[in-house]
Design a protein around this ligand. Structure first.
Ligand SMILES: [Cu+2]
Length: 258
């Protein structure tokens, strides 16, 4: 139909027959490919959501869950608990009050690291909140001061050495530091000797703090072999190797075997 109209239109112009044939040929070709293209787009448009729903379900069905417990250090004495310290040092070993651990998994097949974000550790009542945090490599942490006194944040840890200087609550921008190296970083304040916090920087998207009973849960793990690491205190990080099958929900109670 379109081709006939086009021919009639062309017919009114004085075009030589050979050229008219060629023009007609291309007009028909365009007409047919237009129909095919249109149909293709329609089918593609309808098919795309179906395909993406299917692959999402597949990915969800294939990923594994790892949950269990880690052996936390014994809770400190009530007198120590009653003080406002969030991190205590026993024989040079740092642990949190109440005891909390960190669990993460490492594997060669985890080639897509977590997108690092912005986190916050607040200085309030002369303590760091939270006192223990696990973050992926590249995370920037802000340290707002919420006390009406000077605070400072510094670290002598090999993984990350820095000193933000002394500042008051109104300091803007809020002093921050980017943690680019995996490892344990002990934060301190040069004014208040007791103030401590621990940042664990890990090169994996799968990490979590435990609860105070030592329980943890990691979801969405691609199947495969992992080294599970459990940070218990500044001197103890336990390790176990697990092979996770597609869709598996594995319970892992990590114990001190040495
Ligand atoms: Cu301070």
């Amino acid at each position: 139909m379109k081709a006939h109209l086009q021919t009639a239109f062309i017919g009114r112009l004085s075009v030589p027959p050979a050229k008219r044939f060629l023009i007609n040929y291309f007009v028909r070709l365009l007409g047919i490919s237009g129909w095919i293209g249109g149909l293709g787009c329609l089918l593609f448009g309808l098919g795309l959501p179906l395909v993406s729903i299917a692959s999402e379900e597949e990915a969800h069905g294939e990923s594994a869950v790892l949950a269990g417990t880690v052996p936390l250090p014994p809770a400190p004495s009530p007198e120590v608990m009653a003080r406002r310290y969030e991190i205590i040092s026993r024989g040079g070993v740092l642990s949190t009050i109440p005891p909390i651990g960190v669990v993460w998994v490492e594997a060669d097949h985890l080639n897509a690291p977590e997108e690092p974000g912005l986190r916050r550790v607040v200085q309030r009542d002369f303590t760091f909140h939270p006192s223990l945090m696990v973050v992926p490599v590249g995370t920037r942490i802000e340290f707002p001061n919420e006390d009406d006194e000077y605070h400072n944040v510094f670290s002598y840890s090999p993984a990350e050495r820095f000193d933000l200087g002394r500042y008051l609550p109104e300091e803007r921008p809020i002093p921050s530091h980017t943690f680019d190296n995996a490892g344990m970083v002990t934060l301190r304040c040069d004014i208040h000797e007791h103030m401590r916090a621990i940042i664990l920087v890990v090169a994996t998207p799968f990490h979590t703090e435990t609860d105070t009973e030592g329980r943890f849960r990691l979801e969405g793990l691609p199947p495969g072999r992992y080294t599970v690491k459990a940070w218990i205190d500044s001197r103890t990080t336990l390790e176990e190797v697990v092979d996770l099958q597609p869709g598996e929900v594995r319970t892992l109670d990590i114990s001190v075997t040495e």
